[in-house]
Design a protein around this ligand. Structure first.
Ligand code: FES
Length: 512
């Protein structure tokens, strides 16, 4: 197979045809203002709008331009945590509700796609969880009992996954899973929202959210949205500096797309039991080929800059199991917010003022968690009872997750030692065009990026969230914060919260 590294874009971004929206240009009112036009924000806006509420959606980029464009869009009730682990943390009754909510989310996406006539390539398929080595077969058997206790009675043990030429060993078959094209789905939601009078504004950066009987959402262009409620659906909440960011951890995950002959791999979802695990699905390419999508190799955001090695390991893993691959066509990375207890946080923002709601902690299942958020937040805002509310309550604390919580926060605390380390290079002269590096300058640190034309762009390397030192990500050309996952483009503009503001420009520039 040619050693082709592929295009650095997700398959969905390449084909995206989401409606174009304008930026906010006046002060407006709506029943509910939703910040973030990804799967969670758009699902919430759609369901509220359908229930009769007036909605305004704001996004600082384009519709679906954040992590929804970077997902592999597995629609599943197989979570990143094993059901046996979820049972230990949440208890058996809550785990039944967790399984039910993800199953319902898949059903809801299917129903909306049919009702709104959205051509998003939704398909019902099986999912297979297989052991990553012979020693983990025991885990498969234990998990079967746990998923049955969770109410997923039709999950069964099979002797191997249906992959020709590769014996995966015994695995669990989860029927009635799904897959789709997430950006085509969001395009359909956007059209439906706008048809019912909902308003969507893109390229509109929110810089302040204020709760209360009447909430205020202030944007950087000076215009304000007032609303009875605000939903913050920004992957990582930007409405509160601290509360949620100690309960979840940001990870980057890597994906490759490989061209394979049509129907040479059975269309299904596949996961192994490794930590971090591999995840696999197929996407139609043309009459003769499919794209095999394979992800894994996760690390904490901002704590590694070795993407090429991770893509190479993904390629090796894939070639060893799918020798029919002809060419690597795509590669990309996405950010996952891992909740300390394995499921999303959806509901009223804890320790915040009135009428602010959040959805975060996707935990690797952003498509179903985002859809659950749409259903749950719609019920909450409309004053309807929802049986999942307590399970997903952002204020919850599960004692069974305390070890993970402590471990992740010790990791965050250790990142502040970066203040004591020297810069990546001792002078900006050593920064090649198209790359960035942190440079020590006096008592502070500078995030210096030299563009392809040789011009130097210098910003403070101090993250505007809670003052960790950002690191250069050479693969994505971003500055990534190792503490809570804020990310900034090469020129310092914020592209992922919890930071609201970009990196501070350095006024006294070095000679380049
Ligand atoms: Fe919290 Fe940077 S994301 S300090």
């Amino acid at each position: 197979m040619p050693n082709n590294s592929g295009k650095t874009t997700s398959i969905w971004m390449e084909q995206a045809n989401v409606p174009v929206a304008s930026s906010l240009a006046e002060n407006i009112y709506a029943d509910v203002c939703i910040v973030g036009a990804g799967i969670a924000g758009m699902s919430t806006a759609y369901l509220l709008n359908r229930a009769g509420k007036s909605v305004v959606v704001l996004d600082d980029g384009v519709i679906g331009g954040g992590q929804t464009a970077r997902t592999t869009a597995h629609l599943s009730n197989v979570l990143s945590y094993r059901y046996s682990e979820l049972e230990r943390i949440h208890g058996q009754e809550r785990v039944k509700l967790i399984a039910q909510s993800h199953t319902t989310a898949i059903d809801t996406i299917e129903a909306i796609a049919i009702q709104e006539n959205i051509e998003c390539e939704f398909a019902r398929i099986d999912g297979y969880l297989f052991p990553h080595n012979p020693a983990s077969v025991k885990e498969i058997h234990q998990e079967l009992a746990a998923v049955h206790r969770a109410g997923l009675a039709d999950v069964e043990l099979v002797q191997q996954a249906p992959i020709a030429g590769w014996d995966t060993g015994v695995c669990l078959r989860f029927p009635q899973q799904g897959q789709f094209d997430p950006l085509k789905y969001l395009a359909g939601l956007a059209t439906a929202i706008q048809r019912r009078g909902g308003r969507i504004y893109t390229h509109t950066h929110v810089n302040k959210i204020q709760g209360g009987t009447t909430t205020r959402v202030e944007t950087s262009n000076g215009f304000v949205v007032t609303a009875d409620a605000v939903v913050v659906a920004t992957n990582s909440p930007i409405s509160n500096l601290a509360t949620m960011h100690f309960k979840q951890a940001a990870y980057l995950t890597y994906v490759i797309g490989a061209k394979v002959p049509r129907d040479s791999v059975t269309t299904a979802l596949y996961w192994d039991t490794l930590d971090p695990y591999h995840y696999v699905r197929l996407q139609k390419l043309d009459a003769e080929h499919d794209i095999l999508i394979v992800g894994g190799e996760d690390h904490k955001t901002g704590q590694a800059n070795d993407a090429d090695a991770r893509y190479a390991r993904l390629q090796q893993w894939t070639q060893a199991r799918f020798p029919m691959i002809e060419e690597i066509t795509h590669r990309w990375s996405g950010q996952v917010m891992n909740a300390d207890d394995g499921i999303a946080y959806i509901g009223k923002a804890p320790f915040d003022s009135e009428n602010i709601y959040i959805v975060t902690g996707d935990s690797g299942l952003g498509m179903t968690h985002g859809t659950i958020a749409g259903m749950l937040l719609t019920d909450t805002i409309l004053g309807r009872k929802n049986t999942w509310a307590e399970v997903y309550d952002p204020a919850r604390a599960r004692m069974g997750a305390i070890a993970d919580l402590i471990s992740e926060n010790l990791n965050v605390a250790s990142q502040y030692l970066d203040w004591l380390k020297p810069g990546d290079v001792d002078t900006v002269e050593k920064i090649a065009p198209g790359t960035g590096a942190v440079v020590q300058r006096g008592l502070t640190k500078v995030a210096a990026y030299r563009d392809e034309d040789g011009h130097l762009h210098e910003h403070s390397a101090v993250c505007t969230h809670l003052n960790c030192i950002v690191n250069w990500n050479s693969s994505e050309q971003t500055w990534d914060c190792p503490c809570h996952g804020s990310r900034f483009d090469a020129c310092g503009q914020v592209i992922n919260g919890p930071a609201i503001n970009g990196l501070t420009p350095v006024t006294q520039k070095s000679v380049s």
